[in-house]
Design a protein around this ligand. Structure first.
Ligand code: S3P
Length: 428
């Protein structure tokens, strides 16, 4: 635990930031590189702790992975050449590593045991294990597989036709990754569209996959071949500086390399609805994932309602959007977001409790929160609950508070944005 006192004295923000690699795409680049036969090179990889956990797990499976700067070089014998790990696969704080690896390991040739940190030990795994068991997976764990530690005996799998009960890219991806090794056609039906990085990467590594009206289908037994992956910047990291630029006085910042995948761009829509002064210039040379340069200036903001299909497109941005709403005129309502309760911490409770300490007018609801603004914020001592996004919300709040904000643990921010405080320093 590293306590950090943030006394910024209401700076103006100016300058340009290059947003670090997308966490979801970085995880998947290593997973696909390890499943594929041959060499994969990755550029713009996020050196966050979560993604390093993914690398560590695959090294224990015998996959050769070298990291040089933000490039990653993977040389894999393909899944059938993996070694049975002699050590426990440790997934740290990473839900994506834990859940996607379950789907991968279920159809492998190896036995493995997986566990993570205290937060991972409280997060529901049955949402992934239930469909995997329907495919024939042998997985055991605490509370009949609901919680880590989990043991996975790789086995042969059967394809299923799966209706997603919850909008979750982690569940969808686990089923799709298991489907790679399953006999028959795997079908996943989404009622609400979640991030589609897995589908895009399946294609990039040579698989044939059909995606239409929320129905994804593909044949099992397809082999993947190593390739080159260019990771876009993480819009979920850019989100903190988009909000900072809008709420700090007399500010203007430019964010380069921001991923604007349409399944992730909900925050852009919300900022536009709230009246933010922002321009989004798409990059012509984007590869499998589109990117843009976004410029944001101090904005006069009005309240909004965030609900329905947009929620999966901005689920990780809700903590920082709640801070934004404290500075907008009127009542902002966030609904249909009960998934926040099963993130790294219960993010409805954490956001409401911590923003209240700063003087925000905010109340929790069953599936979201209601925020009244604009409200001047005061410094206070905040808890992060070991959750990177709660920590970054508190740090961005510190840019507009009267008085200092103290975070009980700033180290957790390295999970997704290790250069976060350097980036604050470079624009303030
Ligand atoms: C992720 C999916 C989302 C998101 C998480 C990353 C992914 O989780 O919140 O940060 O990489 O697939 P859910 O699948 O639980 O919605």
């Amino acid at each position: 635990m590293n306590e950090k006192v943030l006394q910024y004295n209401k700076p103006t923000l100016r300058g340009t930031l290059t947003i670090p690699g997308d966490k979801s795409v970085s995880h998947r680049s290593v997973m696909f590189g390890a499943i594929a036969t041959g060499k994969t090179t990755v550029d713009g990889f996020l050196l966050g702790e979560d993604c390093l956990s993914t690398i560590d797990c695959f090294r224990k499976l015998g996959v050769k992975i070298d990291v040089e700067g933000t490039s990653v070089f993977i040389d894999s014998p393909g899944m059938d050449g993996w070694q049975e790990p002699t050590e426990i696969l440790y997934t740290g704080n990473s839900g994506t590593t834990t859940r996607l690896m379950l789907g991968i390991l279920a159809g492998s040739n190896v036995h493995s045991v997986m566990t993570g940190d205290a937060s991972i030990g409280k997060r529901p795994m049955r949402r992934v294990i239930d469909p995997l068991r329907q495919m024939g997976a042998h997985i055991t764990g605490r509370a009949n597989g609901q919680y880590t530690p989990l043991a996975i005996q790789g086995t042969s799998l059967q394809a299923i036709d799966y209706h997603m009960p919850v909008a979750s890219a982690q569940v969808k991806s686990a089923v799709l990754l298991a489907g790679l090794r399953a006999a028959g056609t795997t079908i996943v039906r989404e009622t609400e569209i979640s991030r589609d990085h897995t589908e895009r990467m399946l294609r990039q590594f040579g698989a044939e996959i059909d995606v239409r009206d929320g129905v994804i289908s593909f044949e099992g037994g397809q082999t993947l071949t190593g390739t080159h992956v260019s990771v876009p910047g993480d819009i979920s990291s850019a989100a903190f500086f988009l909000v900072a630029g809008a709420i700090c006085h007399n500010s203007k910042i430019m964010l380069e390399n921001v991923g604007i995948n349409p399944t992730r761009d909900g925050i852009i829509e919300v900022l536009q609805n709230m009246g933010a002064s922002m321009t989004v210039i798409p990059n012509e040379d984007s590869q499998s994932e589109p990117t843009a340069t976004i410029t944001i200036e101090t904005s006069s903001l009005k309240a909004t309602t965030i609900e329905g299909e947009i929620i999966p497109r901005l689920i990780d941005e809700i903590p920082i959007l709640a801070l934004l709403a404290t500075q907008a005129d009127g009542k902002t309502v966030i609904k249909d977001a009960e998934e926040l309760k099963v993130k790294e911490t219960d993010r409805i409770a954490a956001v409401v409790d911590e923003l209240r300490k700063l003087g925000a007018k905010i109340e929790a609801t069953e599936d979201g929160m209601i925020i009244e603004g604009p409200t001047p914020l005061q410094g206070a001592s905040l808890q992060t609950y070991g959750d990177h996004r709660i920590g970054m919300m508190g740090a961005i709040a510190a840019l507009i508070t009267d008085g200092a904000v103290t975070l009980d643990d700033a180290d957790c921010i390295a999970v997704s944005y290790p250069t976060f405080f350097e980036h604050i320093e470079s624009v303030k």
